[in-house]
Ligand binder design. Structure first.
Ligand SMILES: *[C@@H]1O[C@H](CO)[C@@H](O)[C@H](O)[C@H]1NC(C)=O
Ligand SMILES: *[C@@H]1O[C@H](CO)[C@@H](O)[C@H](O)[C@H]1NC(C)=O
Ligand SMILES: *[C@@H]1O[C@H](CO)[C@@H](O)[C@H](O)[C@H]1NC(C)=O
Ligand SMILES: *[C@@H]1O[C@H](CO)[C@@H](O)[C@H](O)[C@H]1NC(C)=O
Ligand SMILES: *[C@@H]1O[C@H](CO)[C@@H](O)[C@H](O)[C@H]1NC(C)=O
Ligand SMILES: *[C@@H]1O[C@H](CO)[C@@H](O)[C@H](O)[C@H]1NC(C)=O
Length: 255
C-alpha cells in the first residue's frame, strides 16, 4: 500500500514537473517572439494595421483646452498666452533654416497677436506614412482658389500637401497664407529618426471683432481621408476664434 502511494506521488510530481516545464517553454517562446517583434525604433503596428490608422490627423496651435481662442485686444496677458504657446511649439524649429527664413508669423511680429493672429497647422505623425500628392489632377471639391494657387507653381514646387481654410457659415474673416499653402513632402515618411520634426504652416486670420469665427482648415493629399462630420472628423481641423474689442463699439451696445 505504502509502495503504491509512493509511485502515485512520483507520477504526480513527474506530471507537474513536465507540466510546468512546458508552460515555461511556451512563455519563453511568447516573450522571445514579442521582443523579436518589438524594435525600439519601429512601431510594431504600422499604417493601416495600427489603431490610429494610416490617415494622419490635422491639428493646429494654439490649442486651448476648451477649443476657443478668445481674448480682448486690450488684454495683453490673455493674447500673449496664445503667442507664448506658439513660441514654445516652434522652439523645436529653432535650428531649421527653412523655418528661420520666414518673415511673418514669427516671434518678431508676436505671431500676429492680437489683431491678426497666426495659427500653425500640422499633421500628426504616422510612422511610415508618405503623402500621395495632388500635382495636377485635382478633385472636384478642391476650392478654386487653391487650384489656382497650385497651377501658378512650377511642377517642382508642387511636391506638397496642400492646406485650404474657409470660414463656416460666413465669409467675414480674412484668411491669409503668409508662407504659402503647402507642407513639403520632403519631410515624409516619418521613420522615428532622431531630431525629426513635422512641417508646419501658419495661416493668418483677421476676423470681425466681438463675434465667434469658425475656420475650417483641410489638408489635401490623395491618402488623407476627409470626413466633414463633426462627430468623426477626419482630414481637417477647426479653429474657433473670438477677438473682443469694446473700443470699437459704443459702450451701450456691449452686452
Ligand atoms: C485678462 O486675461 C486674463 C487671462 O485670460 C484674465 O485672467 C484677466 O482677468 C483679464 N483681464 C481683464 C482686465 O479682463
Ligand atoms: C540649436 O543649435 C544650437 C547650436 O547651434 C544648440 O546649442 C541648440 O541646442 C540647438 N537647439 C535645438 C532645439 O536643437
Ligand atoms: C463663401 O464664399 C464662397 C466663395 O468664395 C462661397 O462658395 C460660399 O458659399 C460662401 N459662404 C457663405 C456662407 O457665404
Ligand atoms: C463620416 O462619419 C460618419 C459618422 O459621423 C459616418 O457615418 C460616415 O460613413 C463617414 N464617412 C466616411 C466617408 O468615412
Ligand atoms: C473695455 O474692457 C476693458 C476690460 O477688458 C475695460 O478696462 C475698459 O474700460 C473697456 N473699455 C470700454 C470703452 O468700455
Ligand atoms: C455710437 O457712437 C458714435 C460716436 O462714436 C455716435 O455717433 C453714434 O450715434 C453712437 N451710436 C449709438 C447707437 O449710440
Amino acid at each position: 500500500m505504502v509502495f503504491v502511494e509512493t509511485i502515485e506521488i512520483g507520477i504526480a510530481i513527474t506530471f507537474y514537473l513536465v507540466f510546468y516545464a512546458v508552460l515555461a517553454l511556451l512563455f519563453a517562446i511568447c516573450m522571445g517572439g514579442l521582443f523579436y517583434v518589438l524594435d525600439d525604433k519601429k512601431p510594431t503596428f504600422i499604417l493601416d494595421s495600427s489603431l490610429i490608422g494610416g490617415n494622419p490627423g490635422v491639428s493646429s496651435r494654439p490649442q486651448p483646452l476648451d477649443g476657443v481662442v478668445k481674448y480682448s485686444v486690450d488684454n495683453s496677458t490673455a493674447y500673449n498666452t496664445f503667442a507664448q504657446e506658439i513660441q514654445e511649439f516652434v522652439d523645436a524649429y529653432a535650428n531649421e533654416t527653412w523655418f528661420n527664413s520666414k518673415k511673418e508669423c514669427t516671434m518678431e511680429d508676436n505671431f500676429g497677436y492680437p489683431d491678426t493672429p497666426c495659427f500653425f497647422i500640422k499633421l500628426n505623425k504616422v510612422y511610415g506614412w508618405k503623402p500621395q500628392i495632388y500635382a495636377s489632377d485635382f478633385p472636384n471639391d478642391m476650392s478654386s482658389d487653391l487650384v489656382e494657387y497650385i497651377n501658378s507653381l512650377q511642377d517642382i514646387e508642387r511636391q506638397q500637401i496642400w492646406i485650404s481654410c474657409w470660414e463656416e457659415h460666413s465669409n467675414m474673416t480674412k484668411i491669409e497664407y503668409p508662407w504659402g499653402r503647402g507642407l513639403s513632402v520632403r519631410f515624409y515618411p516619418y521613420l522615428n529618426d532622431q531630431g525629426y520634426i513635422s512641417p508646419v504652416l501658419p495661416i493668418r486670420l483677421t476676423p470681425p471683432t466681438n463675434t465667434l469665427s469658425i475656420i475650417r482648415c483641410r489638408a489635401w493629399a490623395k491618402n488623407i481621408i476627409y470626413n466633414k462630420s463633426l462627430k468623426e472628423p477626419s482630414g481637417y481641423v477647426r479653429i474657433l476664434l473670438q477677438i473682443d474689442d469694446n473700443t470699437s463699439v459704443n459702450a451701450t451696445e456691449v452686452p
